[in-house]
Design a binder for this molecule. Structure first.
Ligand code: HEM
Ligand SMILES: [Cu+2]
Length: 701
């Protein structure tokens, strides 16, 4: 970055790209940097070329980008997350490859694949991406797709707001992507602690990329939380009282409440850091009365509840799949509801365990240490409930069950290492070592990643009308489980041996064997990723054979399984009248399933709108302009957002009406079609005979 600022281009010059670094100095680090930028450019180019060649721009715009349908929005969130997951896993691999070659000496410490600064960018983007642009969009996407269907609703309470939230999340992800090509990302880790990330120690654009990505997507997540909460409170089908909601809806409600209360803390801490950096404030500086401890406090008031935001939807998924694939009722429903809500509440009282070593009194540390351990109790209750659900069930070994078993083993180990860390005296020893890195991957990968991938496998047929290939699905799950163990178990050892996290180099040769094992594990993780994408592709190619038009491929018991697959845009031809928990299961047992309703009515659907993309576009430009100090552009793009809102406010927007006759026709066709399908037995479930209609009598036996 040059020191001068131009009124038109701000700090932006031609030599901010990694190609300049490459032209100055050719080594692995600059090649990796330029290579990543090239992959981004090439990827964008191929995508544009493909869309143009296949004439997909129109359908993409009309069917997806301007849709306010929660199901489509959910699918777009998940697509975004999978793209970002690919980048995140590859970065994880590069970090591991670097450290496996990072043995240095005291006189010549610099060693390893990439330069220290580059290494720091890598773990910072990896962490930022994985939390904000993989885990969050995965769970928000899954909730978007599933929640309204499980509640018996046609859509979210605020469909347009939902679209805007997606736009804001995508805008944040886009900024992180742009930083590959234009300038650099921050080096302060995913938490970006000041004072290191203040202006004095981190001049330049890196921290600002993080700030605007997090601020913009954070607003989106707050709005999402409100949308979920209002949907749950206001849009449930008649008869679906709270204690009849499927457990996934309960965990969604916890997530909603936590997002509403936790996200603003992140917005505040990032906003204050932005004020420090842009306007010369001193909230978190070392001088002029600033105090960085306040940053750590506010950030983790968001950060800790955030980890439960990430984990609770997975708990919801595992509750659904454990019951469905063992053809049993969920064991301990009420205790699971209470446990989820307890976790949501207690998670707001433990944030200080992230900085036991920051110098507060022993009494304070003990209080937070105990609060942290208390969370283990409701979590333990849940694990027992799921095991009891499987107990004596005739469990079908589908991919989600493989994930569930991996989760049982690994999540418990991760949870136990968390209890160890909750002891302030032990934490003093292993704080900021790779022991911690092992611990949080040990909960986050089985929890978030396994949970969400299990959920995607489970609900995929509802979205696209065909099942995912079971064999490849199970292979992927196994790859992830084994990959996890090999990658992260060595990090516990390394941490106990004293290796600090985020180390670009080390001098102890005893670390090396463990480093090699971990690097091998990272290769497995790459294989798992490839296997995941292969599962999608090979299933797509066999979509006719795997089709489940009946819509109920797993003999499910919640409402979403009562509709065709793929689910029509209006979801339910008529809003169901719920009479029991597990309404659909009860209806099937009573022989009432797939009965035509007495009458159909016109269905009102939210009108398409380009609102989300306009606001997303304006936000990306705004964030970019702020990062590069292009003030005029920042002002123009910031004004575009209220202008778009104003314009929409002045127009009369008519919802789309689907006439009753059209609904009746489609619904009748579906019901006749279902009646003609051969019901699938338990043994048929993973074969081409599964057309989405279960053989109820055989399952009951
Ligand atoms: C899939 C394979 C993955 C690999 C190989 C991997 C590897 C790594 C490595 C090597 C580090 C740096 C450790 C250090 O500081 O010494 C790291 C940090 C981190 N990872 Fe992962 N990881 C993976 C998946 C994930 C997932 C799924 C998430 C979250 C959803 C995640 C979240 C994080 C976070 C938050 C950090 C901390 C970054 C920081 O220090 O600021 N990782 N990971
Ligand atoms: Cu925490």
């Amino acid at each position: 970055m040059s020191g001068e600022t131009s009124p038109i281009f701000g700090n932006l010059t031609w030599d901010v790209t990694p190609y300049t670094d490459l032209s100055r100095h050719v080594d692995i680090s600059t090649i990796v940097g330029a290579g990543a930028a090239s992959v981004l450019v090439l990827g964008a180019f191929v995508a544009v070329a493909l869309l143009t060649y296949m004439r997909w721009w129109g359908p993409l715009y009309r069917n997806w980008l301007i849709s306010a349908d929660a199901k489509k929005i959910g699918i777009m969130y998940i697509a975004l997350a999978l793209v970002m997951l690919a980048r995140g896993v590859i970065e994880g691999f590069v970090i591991r490859a670097h450290q496996a070659t990072a043995l240095g000496t005291l006189t010549e410490p610099e060693s390893g694949l990439v330069a220290p600064d580059h290494f720091a960018q890598l773990f910072s983007t990896h962490g930022t991406i994985m939390i904000f642009f993989v885990a969050m969009p995965l769970l928000v996407g899954l909730i978007n797709f599933v929640l309204p269907q499980q509640l018996g609703a046609r859509d979210m309470a605020f469909p347009v707001l939902n679209q805007v939230s997606l736009g804001l999340t995508a805008a944040g992800a886009a900024l992180v992507m742009v930083s590959l090509l234009v300038g650099k990302f921050g080096t302060g880790g995913w938490t970006m602690y000041p004072p290191y990330t203040g202006k004095t120690f981190s001049p330049g654009e890196g921290v600002d990329y993080w700030l605007w990505a997090v601020l913009i997507s954070g607003v989106g997540s707050t709005l999402t939380g409100m949308n979920f909460a209002v949907t749950i409170f206001k849009k449930r089908a008649p008869g679906m009282h709270l204690m009849r909601m499927p457990l996934f809806c309960w965990t969604s409600l916890c997530v909603a409440i936590m997002l509403i209360y936790a996200m603003p803390a992140l917005t505040v801490s990032s906003g204050m850091l932005a004020l420090d950096r842009y306007a010369g404030f001193h909230f978190f500086t070392n001088t002029a009365g600033g105090n960085m401890m306040n940053y750590a406090n506010i950030f983790w008031m968001f950060g800790h509840p955030e980890v439960y935001v990430l984990i609770l939807p997975a708990f919801g998924v595992f509750s659904e799949v454990s019951a469905t694939y063992s053809t049993k009722r969920l064991y301990g429903y009420t205790s699971l509801v209470i446990a989820s809500m307890s976790i949501a509440v207690i998670s707001f009282t433990v944030w200080l365990h992230h900085f036991f070593t920051m110098g507060q009194s022993a009494g304070v540390n003990i209080a937070f240490g105990i609060a942290t351990m208390v969370i283990g109790v409701p979590t333990g209750v849940k694990i027992y409930d799921w095991m009891a659900t499987l107990w004596r069930g005739r469990v079908r070994m589908t991919a989600p069950i493989v994930y569930l078993i991996g989760f049982f083993m690994l999540f418990v180990i991760g949870g136990l290492s968390g209890i160890i860390l909750a002891n302030p005296s032990i934490d003093y020893q292993v704080h900021n070592t790779t022991f911690l890195v092992a611990h949080f991957h040990n909960v986050i990968i089985p929890g978030v990643l396994f949970g969400m991938l299990a959920g995607i496998h489970y609900w995929f047929p509802k979205a696209f009308g065909f099942r995912l290939d079971e064999t490849w699905g199970r292979r992927t799950a196994l790859f992830f489980v084994v990959g996890f163990i090999v990658t992260f178990m060595p990090l516990y050892v390394l941490g106990l041996m004293g290796l600090p996290r985020r180390s670009p180099t080390f001098q102890n040769p005893d670390f090396l064997p463990w480093m090699y094992v971990a690097a091998l594990g990272a290769c497995f993780m790459l294989c798992a990723l490839a296997s995941l994408f292969w599962t999608f592709w090979t299933s797509y190619r066999r979509r006719v054979e795997l089709a489940v038009p009946g819509g109920d491929p797993w003999h499910g018991s919640t409402l979403e399984w009562s509709t065709p697959a793929p689910v029509p845009e209006w979801t339910f031809a008529t809003i169901p009248q719920v009479t029991a928990r597990d309404h659909w299961g009860a209806a099937k047992r009573a022989g009432d399933a797939w009965k035509a309703p007495a009458a159909y009515q016109d269905i009102e659907l939210p009108a398409d709108t380009a609102h989300g993309i306009v606001i997303a576009g304006a936000s990306v430009v705004f964030g970019f302009a702020m990062v590069w100090h292009i003030w005029w552009l920042a002002i123009v793009s910031a004004l575009l957002i209220p202008a778009a809102l104003l314009l929409r406010g002045m127009r009369t927007i008519r919802p789309r009406i689907i006439p009753a006759a059209e609904v009746a026709e489609a619904d009748t066709r579906f019901r006749q079609f279902v009646a003609g399908l051969e019901p699938a037995t338990r043994a048929d479930e993973m074969t081409a005979r599964n057309r989405g209609v279960p053989d109820i009598a055989e399952f009951a036996a």
